[in-house]
Design a protein around this ligand. Structure first.
Ligand SMILES: C[S@@+](CC[C@H](N)C(=O)[O-])C[C@H]1O[C@@H](n2cnc3c(N)ncnc32)[C@H](O)[C@@H]1O
Length: 264
């Protein structure tokens, strides 16, 4: 990849929410690797947040981007959901869907799949309404700050969710470790959970005509970073699910559910 690390400012200038969504999140374009990754993610999230899974008052999704798939399962088990992202364009895109504005992305195929997993594909419209009601705010975040949600300040959360975002925000393994520590500070001690998903073996991915950097991680590096940030890993799922050789040539994906250790 030319030009090395491309962080938050590149997202502000060059990220195209619409292109990202149609490239990586259109389920109805038939069998495609990206659709398999999305379905696999929805299945993992259903298992994690579905009946008998994680629940609580407050969940904060970090680096939401323009997507809402990641909180479809959680909106039935958390009362107060915060979506957050570094980029203005992504927060605006989220607002379009939440307020049902013209031009909002059609998430209905994804919502229907999530409802199928819950054994109720007929109630997808109610699911969308439930999610809209559960999302209480969409705010700026920067994982590289020791107060990632500043200037907003929220009560400590029961769960921090972050998919495919920290790796885009960090230029090195050291900054990745620091970012996880920053996210740990948003959680209740001794009970708060981190749920994260990273793509393995990826160094960049394409949105539209722009190539964004992605911190290349192996499973062991991800695992160690979560442990070092003060978590005990409760579940780790690695899968050889691939995105696209031309757009995002990864070697697999990895999910982790971890519980924050009690403060010393
Ligand atoms: C690949 S997208 C992931 C979006 C979504 N979570 C998903 O699962 O598709 C990466 C996101 O990270 C955000 N980002 C980049 N730098 C960041 C930073 N320093 N802090 C928080 N988010 C950042 C970008 O704005 C972008 O929305």
């Amino acid at each position: 990849m030319e030009g090395g690390f491309k962080g938050g400012e590149a997202y502000q200038k060059y990220f195209l929410p619409g292109a990202y969504l149609t490239t990586y999140y259109s389920l109805d374009s038939g069998p495609a690797p990206k659709a398999e990754v999305l379905k696999f993610s929805l299945e993992f999230l259903h298992k994690t947040f579905g009946p008998g899974g994680l629940m609580g008052d407050m969940l904060i999704d970090i680096g939401s981007g323009p997507t809402i798939y990641q909180v479809l399962a959680a909106c039935s088990s958390f009362l107060d959901i915060t979506l957050s992202d570094f980029s203005d364009c992504n927060r605006q895109e989220l607002g379009k869907w939440l307020k049902q504005e013209p031009g909002a992305f059609d998430w209905s195929p994804v919502v229907k799949y999530a409802c199928e997993l819950e054994g109720d594909s007929g109630r997808w419209m109610e699911k969308e309404e439930k999610l809209r009601a559960a999302v209480k705010r969409v705010i700026k975040c920067d994982v590289n700050l020791d107060t990632p949600l500043a200037p907003a300040s929220l009560p400590l959360a029961d769960c921090v969710l972050t998919l495919l975002a920290i790796e885009c925000a960090c230029c090195s393994l050291d900054t990745y470790h620091a970012a996880l520590h920053n996210l740990a500070s948003l959680l209740k001690g001794g009970g708060g959970h981190l749920v994260t998903m990273a793509t393995l073996g990826l160094s960049s991915y394409v949105v539209g005509k722009y190539e964004f950097s992605y911190l290349t991680l192996e499973r062991e590096e991800l695992e160690q970073a979560v442990l070092d940030a003060g978590f005990d890993i409760q579940e780790l799922l690695q899968a050889p699910k691939l995105y696209s050789v031309s757009l995002a040539p990864n070697t697999g994906i990895c999910f982790i559910v971890a519980r924050k250790r009690p403060e010393p």
